[in-house]
Design a protein around this ligand. Structure first.
Ligand SMILES: NC(=O)c1ccc[n+]([C@@H]2O[C@H](COP(=O)([O-])OP(=O)(O)OC[C@H]3O[C@@H](n4cnc5c(N)ncnc54)[C@H](OP(=O)(O)O)[C@@H]3O)[C@@H](O)[C@H]2O)c1
Length: 223
């Protein structure tokens, strides 16, 4: 798509990781870029705040949602249901709240791009919450692509990506997790945030792409 000085792009979750990499790339283009997260005062769990945020912005062109990264894992018997609900509140219901609020303001020719994750389509014991949440987002994307047309709605599905989401791990544990994953992946590497950001720019820039799931996972789904 053509970016002009009037183009407005919004990255919800743009203060860290994949969203930050998307924001970096959009910042190099003409137009206005707005990034938001709890660090800037917007919690996507608060649907009224999300609606007010978009009402304040007015017309927008490209909305990217990358917020959320924590979700409880482990076998069914031990799943922390409160943490599972909280994860859905941010990543799934937060995305729905953003879609609902943004839809009133996205100009013709605009886009909405959500984020899922490779576990959506890879049956992995211990990953029920992430699988369900990401699969729900992928299914919702296709419905929204029909409902909101001609606004184009897509979802980028990352595999393991080296972001601040793993900042809580020790350097050694993080390195060992990333190296182990890279060795198992057909691509032979774990994604960097910029690799995944390229998928967001692809769907924004390609006017025939809507209702699509873009896998950027190093081949995790075929390994
Ligand atoms: N990294 C991976 O390996 C990987 C793999 C598959 C899928 N993904 C998905 O990719 C997306 C981005 O992940 P990432 O690794 O880039 O994570 P990240 O570095 O932790 O960034 C997450 C972003 O979401 C924001 N956020 C979190 N809770 C929020 C809330 N309640 N309201 C508003 N903003 C909120 C954070 O900012 P604040 O803390 O300031 O709110 C931050 O900007 C997530 O959906 C994640 O599930 C990541």
């Amino acid at each position: 798509m053509t970016f002009t000085e009037d183009t407005v792009s919004v990255v919800i979750g743009g203060t860290s990781g994949i969203g930050h990499a998307v924001a970096d790339r959009l910042a190099a283009r003409p137009g206005r870029l707005v990034t938001a997260s709890r660090a800037t005062g917007l919690d996507v769990v608060d649907a009224e705040a999300v609606a007010a945020f978009f009402d304040d912005l007015g017309s927008v062109d490209h909305v990217i949602f990358t917020a959320g990264s924590q979700a409880p894992g482990g076998p069914l018997a031990g799943i922390d249901l409160a943490a599972a609900h909280a994860a859905f509140d941010v990543k799934f219901w937060g995305a729905v709240a953003v879609a609902q609020a943004a839809a009133r303001h996205i100009r013709p020719g605009g886009t909405l791009t959500l984020t899922s994750g490779f576990l959506a389509r890879r049956a992995t014991p211990g990953a029920l919450v992430k699988t369900a949440m990401n699969a729900a987002l992928e299914a919702s994307t296709k419905v929204l692509a029909r409902e909101l047309a001609p606004v184009r709605v897509n979802v980028v599905s990352p595999g393991l990506t080296d972001t601040e989401a793993y900042a809580g791990m020790s350097d050694d544990a993080r390195r060992s997790m990333l190296d182990g994953a890279a060795a198992r992946l057909p691509a032979g590497r774990v994604a960097q945030p910029g690799d995944v950001a390229a998928g967001f720019l692809f769907v924004i820039d390609t006017p025939s792409v809507t209702g699509a799931v873009i896998d950027i996972d190093g081949g995790a789904l075929i390994a």
